[in-house]
Ligand binder design. Structure first.
Ligand SMILES: Cc1cc2nc3c(=O)[nH]c(=O)nc-3n(C[C@H](O)[C@H](O)[C@H](O)COP(=O)(O)OP(=O)(O)OC[C@H]3O[C@@H](n4cnc5c(N)ncnc54)[C@H](O)[C@@H]3O)c2cc1C
Length: 448
Protein backbone atom coordinates (compact mmCIF):
# COMPACT_ATOMS: atom_id res chain seq x y z
CA UNK A 1 0.00 0.00 0.00
CA UNK A 2 2.75 2.36 1.07
CA UNK A 3 4.80 1.56 -2.03
CA UNK A 4 1.82 2.43 -4.27
CA UNK A 5 1.51 5.83 -2.56
CA UNK A 6 5.25 6.41 -2.89
CA UNK A 7 5.07 5.53 -6.60
CA UNK A 8 2.27 7.99 -7.32
CA UNK A 9 4.02 10.70 -5.34
CA UNK A 10 7.41 10.27 -7.06
CA UNK A 11 8.34 13.48 -8.91
CA UNK A 12 7.50 13.36 -12.61
CA UNK A 13 10.61 12.98 -14.75
CA UNK A 14 11.18 16.03 -16.94
CA UNK A 15 10.58 15.73 -20.69
CA UNK A 16 13.72 14.37 -22.33
CA UNK A 17 14.81 15.87 -25.66
CA UNK A 18 17.64 14.10 -27.47
CA UNK A 19 19.36 15.90 -30.35
CA UNK A 20 21.52 13.66 -32.53
CA UNK A 21 24.19 15.63 -34.42
CA UNK A 22 25.89 18.72 -33.04
CA UNK A 23 26.58 20.58 -36.29
CA UNK A 24 25.40 23.88 -37.79
CA UNK A 25 21.81 23.20 -36.67
CA UNK A 26 22.03 20.67 -33.82
CA UNK A 27 24.59 22.41 -31.61
CA UNK A 28 22.71 25.72 -31.81
CA UNK A 29 19.53 23.90 -30.81
CA UNK A 30 21.15 22.03 -27.89
CA UNK A 31 22.74 25.26 -26.63
CA UNK A 32 19.55 27.32 -26.79
CA UNK A 33 17.34 24.60 -25.33
CA UNK A 34 19.93 23.89 -22.65
CA UNK A 35 19.94 27.57 -21.65
CA UNK A 36 16.16 27.90 -21.72
CA UNK A 37 14.96 24.51 -20.45
CA UNK A 38 17.91 22.42 -19.26
CA UNK A 39 19.27 24.87 -16.69
CA UNK A 40 15.87 25.39 -15.09
CA UNK A 41 15.03 21.68 -15.04
CA UNK A 42 11.96 22.18 -17.28
CA UNK A 43 13.37 19.55 -19.63
CA UNK A 44 16.41 17.32 -19.91
CA UNK A 45 18.47 18.04 -23.00
CA UNK A 46 20.98 15.53 -24.39
CA UNK A 47 23.23 16.02 -27.40
CA UNK A 48 24.68 12.95 -29.13
CA UNK A 49 27.55 13.27 -31.60
CA UNK A 50 30.06 10.81 -33.02
CA UNK A 51 32.75 13.52 -32.74
CA UNK A 52 34.13 15.09 -29.56
CA UNK A 53 34.45 18.62 -30.93
CA UNK A 54 32.43 20.84 -33.21
CA UNK A 55 33.73 22.72 -36.23
CA UNK A 56 31.30 24.67 -38.41
CA UNK A 57 31.21 22.70 -41.68
CA UNK A 58 31.46 25.65 -44.11
CA UNK A 59 35.01 26.20 -42.75
CA UNK A 60 36.21 22.83 -44.03
CA UNK A 61 37.60 24.12 -47.33
CA UNK A 62 39.73 26.61 -45.38
CA UNK A 63 41.03 23.76 -43.19
CA UNK A 64 41.77 21.71 -46.32
CA UNK A 65 43.74 24.58 -47.84
CA UNK A 66 45.56 25.21 -44.54
CA UNK A 67 44.38 28.80 -44.24
CA UNK A 68 42.56 28.22 -40.97
CA UNK A 69 43.84 27.22 -37.55
CA UNK A 70 41.47 24.40 -36.53
CA UNK A 71 42.31 24.75 -32.82
CA UNK A 72 40.95 28.29 -32.71
CA UNK A 73 37.58 27.34 -34.12
CA UNK A 74 36.81 23.95 -32.62
CA UNK A 75 34.52 23.66 -29.64
CA UNK A 76 34.46 20.62 -27.29
CA UNK A 77 30.88 19.35 -26.84
CA UNK A 78 31.54 18.34 -23.24
CA UNK A 79 32.49 21.92 -22.29
CA UNK A 80 29.66 23.52 -24.25
CA UNK A 81 27.19 21.20 -22.51
CA UNK A 82 28.63 22.10 -19.09
CA UNK A 83 28.31 25.83 -19.81
CA UNK A 84 24.85 25.64 -21.37
CA UNK A 85 22.79 23.12 -19.44
CA UNK A 86 22.77 20.08 -21.72
CA UNK A 87 24.35 16.62 -21.46
CA UNK A 88 26.71 15.37 -24.14
CA UNK A 89 26.89 11.70 -25.08
CA UNK A 90 29.68 10.45 -27.35
CA UNK A 91 28.72 7.93 -30.01
CA UNK A 92 27.29 7.27 -33.45
CA UNK A 93 23.57 6.69 -33.93
CA UNK A 94 23.12 3.37 -35.76
CA UNK A 95 19.44 2.68 -35.22
CA UNK A 96 16.14 3.54 -33.59
CA UNK A 97 13.37 1.75 -31.73
CA UNK A 98 10.32 3.95 -32.26
CA UNK A 99 7.87 1.84 -30.28
CA UNK A 100 10.01 2.15 -27.15
CA UNK A 101 11.34 5.62 -28.05
CA UNK A 102 15.01 4.67 -27.87
CA UNK A 103 18.07 5.70 -29.91
CA UNK A 104 20.77 3.09 -30.54
CA UNK A 105 24.42 4.18 -30.30
CA UNK A 106 27.33 2.01 -31.47
CA UNK A 107 30.19 1.21 -29.11
CA UNK A 108 33.24 3.46 -29.51
CA UNK A 109 36.90 2.42 -29.47
CA UNK A 110 40.25 4.15 -29.10
CA UNK A 111 43.15 3.91 -31.59
CA UNK A 112 44.37 0.72 -29.89
CA UNK A 113 40.98 -0.97 -30.23
CA UNK A 114 40.02 -0.62 -26.54
CA UNK A 115 36.37 0.08 -25.93
CA UNK A 116 35.60 3.62 -24.73
CA UNK A 117 31.80 3.46 -24.54
CA UNK A 118 29.67 0.30 -24.90
CA UNK A 119 26.88 -0.30 -27.38
CA UNK A 120 23.94 1.50 -25.69
CA UNK A 121 20.41 2.78 -25.98
CA UNK A 122 19.01 6.12 -24.78
CA UNK A 123 15.31 6.78 -24.16
CA UNK A 124 13.69 10.02 -25.37
CA UNK A 125 10.36 11.81 -25.30
CA UNK A 126 11.28 13.98 -28.29
CA UNK A 127 14.05 13.20 -30.76
CA UNK A 128 15.67 15.71 -33.13
CA UNK A 129 17.82 14.28 -35.92
CA UNK A 130 20.45 16.73 -37.20
CA UNK A 131 23.19 14.49 -38.61
CA UNK A 132 23.79 16.48 -41.82
CA UNK A 133 24.73 14.95 -45.16
CA UNK A 134 27.62 13.12 -46.81
CA UNK A 135 29.20 13.47 -50.25
CA UNK A 136 27.48 11.50 -52.98
CA UNK A 137 29.93 9.76 -55.33
CA UNK A 138 27.04 8.39 -57.47
CA UNK A 139 28.92 5.07 -57.61
CA UNK A 140 31.74 6.57 -59.72
CA UNK A 141 34.62 4.04 -59.87
CA UNK A 142 37.79 4.95 -58.00
CA UNK A 143 36.34 7.86 -55.98
CA UNK A 144 36.41 6.06 -52.63
CA UNK A 145 39.99 4.88 -53.17
CA UNK A 146 41.62 7.90 -54.79
CA UNK A 147 39.62 11.05 -54.06
CA UNK A 148 39.21 12.94 -50.79
CA UNK A 149 35.80 14.22 -49.72
CA UNK A 150 35.23 17.18 -47.44
CA UNK A 151 32.61 15.82 -45.06
CA UNK A 152 34.52 15.94 -41.77
CA UNK A 153 37.38 17.97 -40.24
CA UNK A 154 39.51 14.77 -40.30
CA UNK A 155 39.09 14.50 -44.09
CA UNK A 156 39.90 18.20 -44.55
CA UNK A 157 43.03 17.82 -42.40
CA UNK A 158 44.03 14.68 -44.30
CA UNK A 159 43.81 16.61 -47.57
CA UNK A 160 45.91 19.41 -46.08
CA UNK A 161 48.61 16.97 -44.93
CA UNK A 162 48.74 15.41 -48.41
CA UNK A 163 49.00 18.87 -49.98
CA UNK A 164 51.83 19.89 -47.66
CA UNK A 165 53.63 16.56 -48.19
CA UNK A 166 53.34 16.94 -51.97
CA UNK A 167 54.89 20.42 -51.78
CA UNK A 168 57.70 19.36 -49.42
CA UNK A 169 58.42 16.29 -51.63
CA UNK A 170 58.60 18.46 -54.74
CA UNK A 171 60.87 20.92 -52.94
CA UNK A 172 63.24 18.24 -51.62
CA UNK A 173 63.58 16.06 -54.72
CA UNK A 174 66.72 16.18 -56.87
CA UNK A 175 64.98 15.83 -60.22
CA UNK A 176 62.87 18.64 -61.72
CA UNK A 177 59.19 18.84 -60.75
CA UNK A 178 57.14 16.71 -63.17
CA UNK A 179 54.44 18.59 -65.12
CA UNK A 180 51.50 16.88 -63.34
CA UNK A 181 53.18 16.52 -59.96
CA UNK A 182 51.52 19.43 -58.16
CA UNK A 183 48.18 19.30 -59.91
CA UNK A 184 44.94 19.31 -57.95
CA UNK A 185 41.67 18.26 -59.58
CA UNK A 186 38.46 19.37 -57.86
CA UNK A 187 35.41 17.48 -59.07
CA UNK A 188 32.18 19.45 -58.66
CA UNK A 189 32.06 23.21 -59.15
CA UNK A 190 29.36 24.05 -56.65
CA UNK A 191 30.15 26.57 -53.92
CA UNK A 192 32.47 24.13 -52.10
CA UNK A 193 34.56 23.35 -55.20
CA UNK A 194 34.77 26.97 -56.33
CA UNK A 195 35.68 28.21 -52.85
CA UNK A 196 38.29 25.48 -52.39
CA UNK A 197 40.00 26.27 -55.70
CA UNK A 198 40.47 29.96 -54.75
CA UNK A 199 41.57 29.07 -51.23
CA UNK A 200 44.12 26.54 -52.55
CA UNK A 201 45.48 29.05 -55.04
CA UNK A 202 46.14 31.48 -52.21
CA UNK A 203 47.50 28.85 -49.79
CA UNK A 204 49.97 27.50 -52.36
CA UNK A 205 51.47 30.96 -52.78
CA UNK A 206 51.68 31.29 -49.02
CA UNK A 207 53.65 28.04 -48.75
CA UNK A 208 56.15 29.17 -51.35
CA UNK A 209 56.51 32.51 -49.58
CA UNK A 210 57.49 30.67 -46.37
CA UNK A 211 60.50 29.04 -47.97
CA UNK A 212 59.46 26.32 -50.46
CA UNK A 213 60.88 28.60 -53.14
CA UNK A 214 62.03 25.85 -55.50
CA UNK A 215 58.34 25.62 -56.48
CA UNK A 216 57.14 28.16 -59.01
CA UNK A 217 53.41 28.53 -58.24
CA UNK A 218 52.58 29.92 -61.69
CA UNK A 219 54.28 27.05 -63.52
CA UNK A 220 54.23 24.09 -61.14
CA UNK A 221 50.92 24.33 -59.30
CA UNK A 222 47.80 23.77 -61.33
CA UNK A 223 44.20 23.64 -60.12
CA UNK A 224 41.51 22.18 -62.36
CA UNK A 225 37.82 22.55 -61.54
CA UNK A 226 35.67 19.90 -63.23
CA UNK A 227 31.91 20.26 -63.61
CA UNK A 228 29.36 18.07 -65.44
CA UNK A 229 26.88 20.96 -65.94
CA UNK A 230 27.42 23.57 -68.66
CA UNK A 231 28.61 26.16 -66.12
CA UNK A 232 30.17 26.36 -62.67
CA UNK A 233 27.87 27.04 -59.67
CA UNK A 234 24.96 25.44 -61.57
CA UNK A 235 22.55 25.86 -58.62
CA UNK A 236 23.19 29.61 -58.33
CA UNK A 237 22.15 32.51 -60.60
CA UNK A 238 23.98 32.67 -63.93
CA UNK A 239 25.52 36.09 -63.34
CA UNK A 240 27.06 34.83 -60.09
CA UNK A 241 28.50 31.88 -61.97
CA UNK A 242 29.94 34.19 -64.64
CA UNK A 243 31.50 36.56 -62.10
CA UNK A 244 33.10 33.62 -60.25
CA UNK A 245 34.35 32.05 -63.50
CA UNK A 246 36.04 35.31 -64.47
CA UNK A 247 37.79 35.66 -61.11
CA UNK A 248 38.96 32.03 -61.09
CA UNK A 249 40.09 32.13 -64.70
CA UNK A 250 42.03 35.33 -63.88
CA UNK A 251 43.85 33.37 -61.15
CA UNK A 252 44.79 30.66 -63.64
CA UNK A 253 42.34 28.02 -62.36
CA UNK A 254 41.43 25.73 -65.27
CA UNK A 255 37.65 25.31 -65.57
CA UNK A 256 36.31 22.25 -67.39
CA UNK A 257 32.52 22.61 -67.66
CA UNK A 258 30.35 20.06 -69.50
CA UNK A 259 32.79 17.42 -68.31
CA UNK A 260 31.37 14.29 -66.76
CA UNK A 261 33.77 12.20 -64.68
CA UNK A 262 33.87 8.50 -65.56
CA UNK A 263 36.44 7.33 -63.01
CA UNK A 264 39.23 8.42 -60.73
CA UNK A 265 42.57 6.62 -60.68
CA UNK A 266 45.82 6.94 -58.75
CA UNK A 267 47.13 9.17 -61.52
CA UNK A 268 44.15 11.42 -62.18
CA UNK A 269 40.63 11.77 -63.54
CA UNK A 270 39.07 10.12 -66.63
CA UNK A 271 36.39 12.19 -68.33
CA UNK A 272 33.48 10.91 -70.43
CA UNK A 273 34.81 12.83 -73.48
CA UNK A 274 37.94 10.66 -73.41
CA UNK A 275 40.23 13.30 -71.87
CA UNK A 276 42.40 12.56 -68.87
CA UNK A 277 43.23 15.13 -66.17
CA UNK A 278 46.52 14.12 -64.53
CA UNK A 279 46.54 15.03 -60.84
CA UNK A 280 48.37 14.15 -57.65
CA UNK A 281 45.43 15.19 -55.49
CA UNK A 282 41.74 14.76 -56.27
CA UNK A 283 38.86 16.26 -54.26
CA UNK A 284 35.31 15.03 -54.75
CA UNK A 285 32.77 17.81 -54.08
CA UNK A 286 29.99 16.86 -56.48
CA UNK A 287 26.75 16.76 -54.52
CA UNK A 288 25.46 15.40 -51.21
CA UNK A 289 23.00 12.79 -49.94
CA UNK A 290 21.60 11.73 -46.59
CA UNK A 291 23.88 9.49 -44.47
CA UNK A 292 23.18 5.75 -44.95
CA UNK A 293 21.84 5.32 -41.40
CA UNK A 294 18.75 7.42 -42.26
CA UNK A 295 17.37 4.54 -44.34
CA UNK A 296 17.63 2.25 -41.28
CA UNK A 297 15.62 4.28 -38.79
CA UNK A 298 12.76 1.92 -38.04
CA UNK A 299 10.75 2.72 -41.17
CA UNK A 300 11.00 6.54 -41.25
CA UNK A 301 10.24 7.81 -44.77
CA UNK A 302 13.25 8.81 -46.87
CA UNK A 303 13.51 10.82 -50.11
CA UNK A 304 15.39 9.76 -53.25
CA UNK A 305 18.48 11.52 -51.90
CA UNK A 306 18.11 9.45 -48.68
CA UNK A 307 17.06 12.38 -46.48
CA UNK A 308 14.15 12.17 -44.02
CA UNK A 309 10.86 13.51 -45.34
CA UNK A 310 9.30 15.95 -42.90
CA UNK A 311 6.03 17.86 -42.58
CA UNK A 312 6.06 21.69 -42.44
CA UNK A 313 6.31 21.38 -38.62
CA UNK A 314 9.66 19.55 -39.22
CA UNK A 315 8.13 16.37 -37.73
CA UNK A 316 8.75 13.19 -39.70
CA UNK A 317 5.81 11.97 -41.79
CA UNK A 318 5.52 8.74 -39.78
CA UNK A 319 6.33 9.81 -36.24
CA UNK A 320 5.36 13.07 -34.54
CA UNK A 321 7.90 12.52 -31.74
CA UNK A 322 10.77 12.81 -34.21
CA UNK A 323 11.90 16.10 -35.78
CA UNK A 324 14.60 16.62 -38.41
CA UNK A 325 16.63 19.76 -39.17
CA UNK A 326 19.46 20.73 -41.50
CA UNK A 327 20.80 18.73 -44.44
CA UNK A 328 19.17 15.51 -43.19
CA UNK A 329 15.65 16.98 -43.65
CA UNK A 330 13.64 16.88 -46.88
CA UNK A 331 10.92 19.52 -47.10
CA UNK A 332 9.46 21.08 -50.23
CA UNK A 333 7.92 24.39 -49.11
CA UNK A 334 4.34 25.15 -50.18
CA UNK A 335 4.23 26.51 -53.74
CA UNK A 336 7.84 25.48 -54.49
CA UNK A 337 9.07 22.60 -56.63
CA UNK A 338 12.47 22.03 -55.02
CA UNK A 339 13.30 21.09 -51.43
CA UNK A 340 15.00 23.51 -49.03
CA UNK A 341 18.68 23.39 -50.05
CA UNK A 342 21.37 21.80 -47.85
CA UNK A 343 22.80 25.01 -46.43
CA UNK A 344 23.99 26.29 -43.08
CA UNK A 345 21.49 29.15 -43.26
CA UNK A 346 18.62 26.63 -43.52
CA UNK A 347 19.98 24.59 -40.57
CA UNK A 348 20.27 27.82 -38.53
CA UNK A 349 16.70 28.93 -39.32
CA UNK A 350 15.25 25.48 -38.59
CA UNK A 351 17.07 25.33 -35.29
CA UNK A 352 15.76 28.78 -34.28
CA UNK A 353 12.25 27.66 -35.26
CA UNK A 354 12.46 24.49 -33.14
CA UNK A 355 13.71 26.36 -30.06
CA UNK A 356 10.28 28.05 -29.89
CA UNK A 357 8.21 25.09 -31.06
CA UNK A 358 9.77 22.54 -28.69
CA UNK A 359 9.09 24.85 -25.74
CA UNK A 360 5.44 24.93 -26.82
CA UNK A 361 5.42 21.15 -27.19
CA UNK A 362 6.66 20.47 -23.67
CA UNK A 363 4.05 22.94 -22.41
CA UNK A 364 1.46 20.57 -23.85
CA UNK A 365 0.58 22.37 -27.12
CA UNK A 366 0.02 19.84 -29.86
CA UNK A 367 -0.45 22.23 -32.79
CA UNK A 368 2.96 23.48 -33.87
CA UNK A 369 3.67 26.39 -36.24
CA UNK A 370 4.94 25.49 -39.72
CA UNK A 371 8.54 26.30 -40.61
CA UNK A 372 9.00 28.98 -43.29
CA UNK A 373 12.37 29.07 -45.02
CA UNK A 374 13.69 32.46 -45.97
CA UNK A 375 16.36 32.43 -48.66
CA UNK A 376 18.70 35.35 -47.93
CA UNK A 377 20.69 34.70 -51.10
CA UNK A 378 23.96 32.98 -51.89
CA UNK A 379 27.52 33.98 -51.26
CA UNK A 380 30.70 32.43 -52.61
CA UNK A 381 33.94 33.27 -50.83
CA UNK A 382 36.97 33.27 -53.10
CA UNK A 383 39.41 33.52 -50.21
CA UNK A 384 41.48 36.69 -50.06
CA UNK A 385 40.68 37.50 -53.70
CA UNK A 386 37.01 38.35 -53.55
CA UNK A 387 33.56 37.34 -52.40
CA UNK A 388 30.66 37.38 -54.82
CA UNK A 389 27.02 36.77 -54.16
CA UNK A 390 23.41 37.67 -54.58
CA UNK A 391 21.25 38.91 -51.74
CA UNK A 392 17.48 38.75 -51.62
CA UNK A 393 15.97 42.25 -51.37
CA UNK A 394 13.66 42.35 -48.32
CA UNK A 395 11.09 44.58 -49.98
CA UNK A 396 11.40 43.73 -53.68
CA UNK A 397 11.94 39.99 -53.11
CA UNK A 398 14.37 40.13 -56.07
CA UNK A 399 18.00 39.19 -55.83
CA UNK A 400 20.75 41.77 -56.22
CA UNK A 401 24.38 41.10 -56.96
CA UNK A 402 27.01 42.06 -54.42
CA UNK A 403 30.78 41.80 -54.50
CA UNK A 404 33.90 42.84 -52.60
CA UNK A 405 34.15 43.80 -48.93
CA UNK A 406 30.37 44.08 -48.43
CA UNK A 407 29.87 40.56 -49.79
CA UNK A 408 32.77 39.34 -47.63
CA UNK A 409 31.22 40.93 -44.53
CA UNK A 410 27.88 39.27 -45.34
CA UNK A 411 29.62 35.90 -45.84
CA UNK A 412 31.41 36.22 -42.50
CA UNK A 413 28.16 37.27 -40.82
CA UNK A 414 26.68 33.79 -41.38
CA UNK A 415 29.46 32.32 -39.23
CA UNK A 416 29.11 35.14 -36.72
CA UNK A 417 25.39 34.31 -36.40
CA UNK A 418 26.35 30.72 -35.63
CA UNK A 419 28.96 31.80 -33.08
CA UNK A 420 26.51 34.21 -31.42
CA UNK A 421 23.95 31.39 -31.13
CA UNK A 422 26.62 29.30 -29.36
CA UNK A 423 28.40 31.87 -27.20
CA UNK A 424 26.36 35.08 -27.07
CA UNK A 425 27.33 38.48 -28.56
CA UNK A 426 29.80 39.67 -25.89
CA UNK A 427 32.12 36.67 -26.06
CA UNK A 428 31.99 36.65 -29.89
CA UNK A 429 32.95 40.34 -30.09
CA UNK A 430 35.91 39.86 -27.71
CA UNK A 431 36.98 36.69 -29.51
CA UNK A 432 36.82 38.36 -32.94
CA UNK A 433 38.95 41.25 -31.65
CA UNK A 434 41.55 38.84 -30.23
CA UNK A 435 41.70 36.87 -33.51
CA UNK A 436 42.24 40.12 -35.45
CA UNK A 437 45.05 41.18 -33.10
CA UNK A 438 46.98 37.89 -33.34
CA UNK A 439 46.45 37.48 -37.11
CA UNK A 440 49.59 39.47 -37.89
CA UNK A 441 51.87 37.32 -35.72
CA UNK A 442 50.82 33.97 -37.18
CA UNK A 443 51.49 32.50 -40.62
CA UNK A 444 48.40 32.68 -42.84
CA UNK A 445 48.92 29.09 -43.99
CA UNK A 446 49.40 25.90 -42.00
CA UNK A 447 53.03 24.83 -42.30
CA UNK A 448 53.02 21.52 -40.40
C1 LIG B 1 33.32 23.10 -47.67
C2 LIG B 1 31.88 23.47 -47.43
C3 LIG B 1 31.49 24.81 -47.54
C4 LIG B 1 30.16 25.18 -47.29
N1 LIG B 1 29.81 26.50 -47.41
C5 LIG B 1 28.56 26.88 -47.09
C6 LIG B 1 28.18 28.26 -47.14
O1 LIG B 1 28.99 29.12 -47.49
N2 LIG B 1 26.90 28.60 -46.82
C7 LIG B 1 25.98 27.67 -46.43
O2 LIG B 1 24.84 28.05 -46.12
N3 LIG B 1 26.29 26.35 -46.37
C8 LIG B 1 27.54 25.92 -46.71
N4 LIG B 1 27.88 24.59 -46.66
C9 LIG B 1 26.84 23.60 -46.29
C10 LIG B 1 26.69 23.54 -44.76
O3 LIG B 1 27.94 23.23 -44.18
C11 LIG B 1 25.67 22.50 -44.37
O4 LIG B 1 24.47 22.76 -45.04
C12 LIG B 1 25.40 22.52 -42.86
O5 LIG B 1 26.59 22.31 -42.13
C13 LIG B 1 24.35 21.49 -42.48
O6 LIG B 1 24.14 21.56 -41.10
P1 LIG B 1 23.60 20.30 -40.30
O7 LIG B 1 23.41 20.75 -38.89
O8 LIG B 1 22.48 19.68 -41.01
O9 LIG B 1 24.79 19.23 -40.36
P2 LIG B 1 26.34 19.36 -40.04
O10 LIG B 1 26.75 20.75 -39.79
O11 LIG B 1 27.03 18.61 -41.12
O12 LIG B 1 26.49 18.55 -38.67
C14 LIG B 1 26.20 17.18 -38.59
C15 LIG B 1 26.70 16.66 -37.24
O13 LIG B 1 26.22 15.34 -37.04
C16 LIG B 1 27.25 14.48 -36.59
N5 LIG B 1 26.89 13.13 -37.04
C17 LIG B 1 26.83 12.68 -38.31
N6 LIG B 1 26.36 11.42 -38.34
C18 LIG B 1 26.12 11.06 -37.05
C19 LIG B 1 25.60 9.88 -36.43
N7 LIG B 1 25.21 8.81 -37.14
N8 LIG B 1 25.50 9.86 -35.08
C20 LIG B 1 25.90 10.94 -34.32
N9 LIG B 1 26.36 12.08 -34.87
C21 LIG B 1 26.47 12.14 -36.22
C22 LIG B 1 28.52 15.05 -37.20
O14 LIG B 1 29.67 14.69 -36.47
C23 LIG B 1 28.23 16.56 -37.16
O15 LIG B 1 28.67 17.11 -35.93
C24 LIG B 1 29.20 24.18 -46.93
C25 LIG B 1 29.59 22.84 -46.82
C26 LIG B 1 30.93 22.49 -47.07
C27 LIG B 1 31.34 21.03 -46.95
Amino acid sequence: MNTAVAATEAPKKPHHIIIVGGGAGGLELATQLGDKLGRTGKAEITLVDRARTHIWKPLLHEIAAGSMDTGRHELPYQAQGHWHGFRYRYGEMIGLDRANKRVHLAATYDDDGREITPDRWFGYDTLVIAIGSTSNDFGTPGVKEHAIMLDTPEQAERFNRRLLNACVRAYAQQEPIRPEQLHVAIIGAGATGAELSAELHHAARGLVEFGLDKIDPEKDIKITLIEAAPRILPALPERLSLATSNILAGLGVEILANSRVMSVTEKGVNLANGNFVPSELVVWAAGVKGPDVLAKLDGLEVSRSNTLIVKPSLQTTRDDNIFVIGDAAYLVPDGESAPIPPRAQAAHQESTHLVRQLQRRINGETKLAPFKYRDFGSLVSLGDYSTVGSLMGFISGKSMRIEGWFAKAMYRSLYKMHEVALHGPVKVTLDTASRLLTRRTEPQVKLH
